[in-house]
Each structure stands twice: as C-alpha cells, then as structure tokens.
Design a protein around this ligand. Structure first.
Ligand SMILES: *Cc1c(COP(=O)(O)O)cnc(C)c1O
Length: 316
C-alpha cells in the first residue's frame, strides 16, 4: 500500500468586527480539512515516519498517548492505511481493567481499536518512564520489533513534515500562529518561515520545558511562546472557552477544538483587541485540527453540567 503525502490546504479569510477595528487581516489555514480522520498536523508529522518505517522494513508502529489523544486516533487510522499494525501505549492502567466499559465511554479509544490499533495501558507512573531505554526494552519483550514514534509524534521527521504546512504563497503574511503541544509543529513552521515573519505559539499546557524542546529542532529565533492562554493546563476548559468556540463557529462557520486551536484563537483575539499588532498586520493562524476530541470533551462537559460544544454545522 502506498503512503500518500498530505495535500495543501486553503487559507480562509476571517471577517469579524474586532479585526476591522484593529486594522488587522486574519486568515486561517484549514489543515483541519485535510482529512476526515487524520487530523491536520498529525498526518504531516506521521507521513515521513511512515515512509521511514516502511523503508526499514517494519510491520508495526508503536506510539504513546493519553486517552483522548488526537495523535493516537490519527496514528491508528494512518497506520492502517499504510498497511501496517499499530500499538498504542495509553496513559492510565485503570482504563485497561474493564476494556469494554472504557471503549463504550471513550470515543477516541473506540475509534483507535476499530482501526485495528492494539492498546496497551500503563500506570501514570510507568508512563512517565516512557523514554527510558529499559521501558523500551520491556516493550520490545512484549511486542517484538516495532518502529517507535514518541508521544505527540514529535521527532525530526515529524518536524520535516510540519514544515510543509507553509507554502511559497504564505510569504505575504507577517505573523503566523499555532497551538503548541510538544512543539514539533511550531518547529516545522519556524523552519519553513521567511525571515520577515514572526511565529507565535500558544502552548496548550503550562509546562516550562517547551522552549527547549522547540530549540532542539530549529536554530532560528523569529518566534516566541504566548503562555497566557492554557487556562490552567492541558485539556482544562472553562465555560468562557466553550462559549467562545460556539460563538466563533456561528460567526465564521469554523469549528475549533477545545484543547488546542480554541485556546490559540481566544488568545490571538485577545491580543488583537488589545492592540498588540500594528495596523496592516497580516496574520495566518494554523487550524491544526483536533476535532475528533470534541465528542470526548462533550461527555466530560455533560457530566460536569457545563455547556456543550455544538458541532451541528460541522460536516465532514
Ligand atoms: C497535537 C496537536 C497540536 C500540537 O502539536 P505539537 O506538534 O505537539 O506541538 C496542536 N493542535 C492540535 C489540534 C493537535 O492535535
């Protein structure tokens, strides 16, 4: 089976009063529309890894993620398309105790299993050791040979793939923004950026090691992280964020995900409103996808009695 390269995506202009008021132009690169199941940046990060795994003669790809991970869902699907087998090492051994119940309650893992991914649940404590050689050996004892892709899919080949998000035509932008998880995507964008461009990353988690992670993959310095919009940490949400997603969706017909892209857009909107950008600035915000996570988030929101994310306009 062939591993197909991701396509180019379109830049969609956003017209909203706060942009006009600030004299700023905003476009959204619709990476979320690249593929129904292999969300935005995840396929770009997997593509060269799948080629490499194939070249090295592997039949299995093993990777890591949390129970609602976009990376796990995308990998399960992409690896099946590539004609290989996938193993997902999942954080939280309690989820493995009653697998049927877990799959019933968790749309992400249910999807992964439906694509043929084999799940291996580990305790949070062991999950933290996932990059240690002894843990890797343990996994080889369990599963034999495999091609190893780290959590979130970030490695050199992933950064190479992420660089292809930007095209020559994107030279006209002054500013590029994206959500940041492990930093692989922004590193690719930085590498592909033009010297006059400034890249702003919006971390979805509050950890401080991100900067160093990004510096592992790029020597350029035309970037910075805006740390004010993670809302307390990874996958933490507030009623304001949910309202923002629903409102932005209603006004632009663009659905954002609650973990990554909505936090970026809320932050960007705030910065624009506060006059952070000069009049005439042209901004390109990358919609990195992640919409598969909405179903799982809505289950959580419902339990908490919070407003839900409306997906009604969202058509695949
Ligand atoms: C994984 C993910 C990110 C973060 O990408 P990194 O390369 O890990 O920084 C951003 N947005 C979405 C929607 C994602 O799924």
């Amino acid at each position: 089976m062939e591993v197909l390269p991701p396509k180019k995506s379109v830049n969609q202009k956003v017209n909203l009063p706060f942009l006009e008021k600030a004299g700023v132009e905003l476009y959204i690169k619709r990476e979320d529309l690249l593929h129904r199941h292999i969300s935005g940046n995840k396929y770009r990060k997997l593509f060269y890894n799948l080629m490499q795994a194939r070249r090295e003669g592997h039949h299995t790809l093993l990777t890591f993620g949390g129970a609602f991970s976009n990376h796990i869902a995308a990998t399960a699907y992409a690896v099946r398309l590539a004609g290989m087998k996938s193993i997902g090492v999942i954080r939280g051994d309690e989820l493995g105790k009653d697998l049927q119940k877990t799959l019933k309650e968790n749309p992400t893992l249910r999807f992964a299993v439906a694509q043929g991914m084999q799940l291996h649940f580990v305790s949070r404590r062991n999950y933290r050791k996932k990059t240690e050689p002894s843990f890797r050996e343990h996994l080889h004892d369990l599963f034999g040979d495999f091609y190893w892709v780290p959590e979130g899919g970030t490695n050199h080949l992933a950064v190479k793939g992420a660089a292809e998000i930007l095209t020559q035509n994107d030279q006209t932008f002054d500013v590029i923004t994206c959500a940041v998880g492990t930093g692989g995507t922004i590193a690719g964008l930085i590498n592909a950026s033009f010297p006059h461009q400034q890249i702003f990353g919006f971390p979805a988690l509050k950890e401080n090691y991100l900067e160093n992670n990004i510096k592992k993959y790029t020597a350029k310095t035309n970037w910075q992280l805006i740390r004010d919009y993670h809302l307390g940490g990874f996958a933490k949400v507030s009623p304001e964020l949910i309202r923002f997603i629903n409102d932005f969706h209603a006004r632009t017909n663009i659905l954002l995900d609650p973990v990554y892209t909505a936090k970026m857009m809320m932050g960007l909107q705030n910065m624009i409103k506060k006059g952070f950008f000069q009049r005439g600035t042209k901004i390109l915000a990358i919609h990195t996808g992640g919409l598969q996570g909405i179903d799982g988030m809505n289950i959580h929101l419902k339990k908490k009695g919070l407003p839900l994310i409306r997906t009604a306009f969202y058509q695949d």
